[in-house]
Design a protein around this ligand. Structure first.
Ligand code: ADP
Length: 369
């Protein structure tokens, strides 16, 4: 039942209780008060009837009747007021308590107690308010947890290359290590990892605060795929992995930010290259699906289990942490790619039949009309 209807019925109940108490009290008190007044008039009536006549008697009767009614009404009104007040207090408490609880809980949340939740008592607007409050509290708690996790992740990611650089430098200073080109290359590699990480973090922060500036223009789907694969082809050759193109004959134009889509394709192709053993194959292409074009990067690599398919788009998530860190992966690439694809309402997802079965990454872009 809605809160408005409840309030209306509550008022009605209060009025009815008041009227009922008033009626019952009047009915039960009036005979008593009236009898008392009649009793007090008995002697007077006899003498009056004999001495003063009918007129005086009527006047006295009227007076006493009015007094009887007045005292009955005073007692009945007092009883009705007390009864209506008790019912009003009960009704008000039922409505005010959840609101007071919500106020107190919001103050506690403002003080940083994000675990605060409210019990849901009813199915009306107050129940809705409590439910939305609990949802908001849960969202805030999650944001806070993500923020804390992010700080922990970033410090952890920065620590590893920094510790590497420090160890090499100490080794060189203590002359435990030779200042050979290999040593300097190692230091440079660690510094490169730091630089990549900082660059990725900047991209991530832009992506997550919806600040990616996309300049969406009509782009030729085949040209997008060809340009990106040409760029990365030498790396595939070096690793002994075949890069195939699967492109329809027809030409189709999609609405996209050319540079950002290239960045997404490069991320997907780079991952496919990284997670596919030598001798494997990676296929990149597109196909039309209704009003959208679906791009895909399919590999014959290590594959993904169902649980990881959902998590790999979370920032800093890596399936095999030690392996990815050794190869420089920070687990941010797919998060950024997803933000880029989602910005113009696209979708990026992964499919895999399981470990060792390869994986396919797909994303959609709208057709240019
Ligand atoms: P990273 O820089 O670590 O590659 P990404 O965000 O690009 O970060 O990928 C997140 C994780 O998803 C990777 O660490 C890896 O575990 C998994 N992953 C991504 N692409 C593939 C793929 N083609 N095959 C298997 N696992 C993959």
């Amino acid at each position: 039942m809605s809160l408005g209807r409840k309030l209306f019925i509550s008022y009605l109940v209060v009025i009815l209780v008041g009227a009922l108490v008033m009626g019952v009290s009047t009915l039960s008190i009036s005979p008593v008060t009236f009898a008392r007044h009649v009793e007090s008039m008995r002697d007077m009536m006899t003498s009056m009837m004999m001495n003063t006549g009918m007129e005086q008697l009527e006047l006295e009767l009227n007076n006493n009747f009015r007094q009887a009614i007045n005292s009955t009404l005073i007692i009945a009104t007092a009883a009705a007021t007390v009864a209506a007040s008790i019912v009003s207090a009960y009704v008000t408490r039922r409505i005010a308590t959840p609101i007071q609880q919500t106020v107190l809980a919001s103050e506690r949340i403002a003080d940083g107690h994000y675990e605060e939740r409210l019990p849901v008592y009813s199915d009306d607007e107050l129940g809705d308010l409590t439910r939305s409050f609990n949802r908001m509290a849960a969202a805030l708690a999650e944001t806070e947890a993500v923020r804390q996790q992010l700080i922990a992740d970033i410090s952890h990611e920065l620590k590893t290359p920094l510790a590497g650089i420090q160890a090499y430098m100490e080794g060189l200073l203590d002359r435990v290590m030779e200042p050979t080109p290999e040593t300097f290359e190692q230091v440079q590699r660690e510094a490169g990892r730091l630089q990549r990480l900082v660059h990725d973090l900047q991209e991530l922060s832009r992506a997550e605060s919806d600040q990616i500036k996309l300049s969406i223009v009509p782009c030729e789907a085949t040209e997008l795929v060809k340009a990106t694969s040409q760029w990365i082809h030498p790396q595939f050759e070096d690793s002994g992995i075949e890069l195939r193109l699967d492109l329809p004959d027809k030409s189709i134009t999609v609405l996209a930010d050319h540079d950002h889509i290239r960045q997404v394709l490069l991320n997907l192709l780079g991952n496919a290259l990284q997670y596919t053993p030598t001798g494997g194959q990676v296929t990149v292409g597109w196909g039309q699906r209704g009003g959208a074009v679906r791009f895909f990067v399919r590999d014959t690599g290590i594959g993904l289990v169902a649980e990881d398919l959902e998590h790999i788009f979370l920032r800093f998530y890596r399936v095999d942490k030690s392996r990815a860190r050794a190869s420089g992966g920070s687990g941010i690439g797919l998060t950024i790619s997803q933000a880029i694809i989602r910005a113009p309402n696209g979708r990026l997802w992964a499919e895999s039949a399981g470990l060792g079965q390869g994986s396919t990454f797909l994303f959609t872009l709208p057709l240019a009309v």
